[in-house]
Design a protein around this ligand. Sequence first.
Ligand code: MUC
Ligand code: MG
Length: 374
Amino acid sequence: MAQPPTIEKIEAVIVDLPTIRPHHLSMAVMRQQTMVIIRLFCSDGVEGIGESTTIGGLSYGEESPESMKLNIDTYFSPLLVGQEAGNIHKVMALVDKSIKGNRIAKSGIETALLDAQGKRLGISVAALLGGAVSETLPVLWTLASGNTDKDIIEAGELLSQGRHNTFKLKIGRNPPETDIAHVIAIKEALGSRARVTVDVNQAWDEATAKTGIAKFEKAGVDLIEQPLVRENFDGLARLTAYFQVPIMADEALQDTTDAFKLAQIRGGSVFAVKIAKSGGLYNVLKVAAIAEAADIGLYGGTLLEGTIGSVASAHAFCTLKKLNWGTELFGPLLLTDDIIKTKVNYADNVMHLPPGPGLGLELDLDKLEQYKRK
Ligand code: MUC
Ligand code: MG
């Protein structure tokens, strides 16, 4: 019997791509997105690609692009070279045994393994995971230009193009009164033409959240995301019980342990699931299973990854029976250019899963060279 293919080499490349406009979040203003692109070369000539991306350096989480590259080069790579490339569970068990935390880096590595295995078998990553329930996923757009009027114009343009019909507003940078007025002005301007959700990114204390959410509920906002600091699970549960408008756990929910605790106390009636937060595609589906068992709604989230991370997320999310709150996998559209040749089709408020084996994506090596951090 032929020897099973092994991992020969792992390359982690830091790529900086400009955004189409500044993106204002409570913890950072992004003018570019930095991604760690992973190239995993196997002994049978197959290459898998993955992406490890966070937001705003160290302002969103405990991994930065620079720490991810360093840890992949120093710890992941020596551990994985020589391991059987097609046994993803075995490789990831070895990773988990030897490397604590580092979930975003783990997600990129697992994505590259799944891409390679899909290409090897001639099937998509979604097929490897059991099959896509749907080939398309609803995708919202985030309004975060930092200016209310500009956001209203941007939303109007996207509505008339038919590209998105749901908008997430990022707040938490300004005093609460300013942010509340901003949300109400946008909701009033868009009226029944669009659904509006609000992400506070942990910026409010519980009392401020109570006042603010009451106003959002009255204005017709559809969903409130992570108003409180990540650690305040009980506060999230209290807000969920108090309001009719659904409250979504984002930063509070990383892995299955968080999911289990939050589900037990009902910290959120919706969970924002992300492959990067959970440490990969298999883990995100475990988090989703906990939500499903607890009858908690699901929302396919992003860490504003580029095409590789967004499409990897899409392959996992499209295997879910129910994704009641759609997704926010718009990351590639926020960037001025791409290091992937394949154009993902975004139209009619949905994204299409690219066809083809693995992730269905082809790296553009010239662009990778152009945008690679020197
Ligand atoms: C987050 O906290 O949800 C998602 C969209 C966006 O603009 O930022 C992200 C992160
Ligand atoms: Mg969020």
